[in-house]
Design a protein. Structure first.
Ligand code: ZN
Ligand code: ZN
Lengths: 259, 204
């Protein structure tokens, strides 16, 4: 663990929380300087709690924490930015849960990733802005962009320029993809591929990987192409996590996807 | 710290499974029981057994009850045109204490939570939709469904999911006024605040 003083102040966002004891909650937080950390917010389920309103998921909060024996203790919390549009739109809210789960699952405790934190905040804002727009628009693309750049930040960048099998430069044609081998495969190596990758999907993935969000054009993808891109990225995420992401299934659940 | 007597260890282990009870408290409770008179321990054991044997869920509203349908569902004085949807049986108690609501309840048994993997199938949502649809057009038709989930993120998320499923003609879907402090649990709200939130409800 990086050493921090007995009492320290940091910005953070709640990734998840679990009820604990009578009226406490245990929080999993993501902060720019300390990475992922766990802390207890005592009495925060009581409606009289001064902490509660500032410790909702997806609220950017300034916290004062005190080092505890097992868990650090939240002593003060002050909300800086609340993303309230998310509250009324079930698909975009699910997207926010999903990126939070990705961060929670991929990050070790106390491993700071300030750039990823900035991306996380940015993605939550995009989802909040997009709330009430159809799920098929920018929100979907923002999730894929986040997935690719999370992989990048953590050293799992999938190869999309040279073949992950033989390292020859990939050409604009139908290629293969293997999460296990670490990325795209040239037609010759594609017999080892877990899946085909159409030229359309290949282009979208490369574009998202190389481009900062503000420069990502307004892409219109056919549903087959979207499924393909999403399937490829899920195969990579699952390969590294070795398990399913619970909120991912929600994004496709009836009553949520079409909402 | 390792207790060597098997029955003692077993009781500590059972206590430690209870919510909010850590190993230290489990030990304290166990040694309290060891020191207390035999009939007090027997009463505790019987109360636990009885609760499991006699408490069931109402097949209409899914509140916990000793009879099916429960006392509220079978009370002719209650307004059958209004259904108040809550997360937990404890929330029914909290709302009943306000005395403001005269209708019926529907207990979901939780809130939706994508990261905890609690989905629509894990809650009594289909049953709620069926309950409302079944009665549409009849004398017993539901005029209003009040979504009284906790005033926090999971509660709002649950409302955002359920409200569109309930949308139908001649029926209002409302939720509690935002007067409730955000982030807390309904069961901890004081009666005055909860009563006002109920009176000031607005359409979703
Ligand atoms: Zn190759
Ligand atoms: Zn009942």
């Amino acid at each position: 663990m990086p050493l921090h003083p007995r009492v320290y102040s940091t910005e953070a966002i709640v990734l998840r929380r679990t009820d604990f004891g009578e009226a406490d909650r245990i929080l999993t937080l993501f902060s720019p300087a300390y990475g992922k950390l766990r802390a207890i917010a005592k009495g925060s389920r009581r409606t009289t709690s001064r902490l509660a309103g500032h410790l909702e998921p997806f609220t950017r909060t300034q916290l004062l924490l005190a080092a505890g024996r097992e868990l650090d203790i939240v002593t003060q919390a002050e909300g800086r930015e609340r993303l309230d549009h998310l509250r009324d739109d079930v698909w975009h809210a699910t997207g926010a849960w999903y990126v939070a789960e990705l961060v929670d699952r991929f990050l070790e405790d106390a491993d700071p990733h300030p750039r990823l934190y900035a991306r996380f905040v940015h993605t939550l804002r995009l989802l909040d802005d997009g709330a009430s727009a159809p799920a098929t628009s920018r929100g979907w693309l923002a999730l894929r962009h986040f997935e690719l750049h999370l992989l990048d930040e953590l050293g799992y960048r999938p190869a999309l320029h040279t073949c992950a099998g033989c390292e020859t430069p990939l050409r604009p044609e139908e290629n293969g993809f293997s999460a296990e081998l670490g990325g795209a495969l040239c037609p010759a190596c594609s017999r080892y591929a877990q899946r085909r990758m159409s030229l359309g999907a290949f282009k979208v993935l490369r574009l998202l990987q190389m481009t900062e969000w503000d420069a990502v054009p307004r892409l219109r993808l056919a549903s087959g192409e979207r499924n393909e891109v999403e399937g490829i990225l899920q195969s990579v995420l699952r390969y590294h996590l070795d398990r399913e992401l619970k909120s991912w299934a929600f994004l496709h659940a009836p009553g949520i996807e079409g909402a | 710290m390792q207790p060597t007597v098997a029955p003692v260890a077993a009781l500590i282990e059972e206590f430690a499974k209870l919510p909010g009870i850590g190993p230290k408290t489990a030990q304290r409770l166990t040694f309290f029981i060891l020191r207390s008179p035999a009939d007090q321990a027997r009463r505790l054991a019987e109360a636990i057994t009885r609760v499991k044997e006699s408490i069931i869920q109402c097949s209409t509203c899914f509140n916990i009850t000793e009879t099916d349908p429960c006392a509220i569902c079978s009370n002719p004085q209650r307004d059958r045109g209004a259904i108040c949807v809550v997360e937990e049986p404890l929330d029914v108690l909290a709302l009943e204490k306000t005395g403001v609501f005269k209708g019926l309840y529907h207990v979901l048994h939780g809130a939706l939570s994508p990261v905890e993997g609690i989905g629509p199938r894990d809650l009594r949502i289909d049953e709620l939709v069926a309950r409302v649809r079944e009665r549409a057009g009849s004398d017993d038709a539901v005029r209003e469904v009040i979504l009284a989930t906790n005033p926090n993120y999971e509660g709002d998320y649950t409302v955002a999911y359920i409200a569109p499923l309930l949308a139908q003609q001649d029926m209002k879907v409302t939720r509690l006024a935002r007067g409730l402090p955000i982030g807390g649990d309904l069961e901890y709200a004081d009666e005055g605040t909860l009563g006002r939130a109920l009176e000031g409800r607005r359409e979703v």
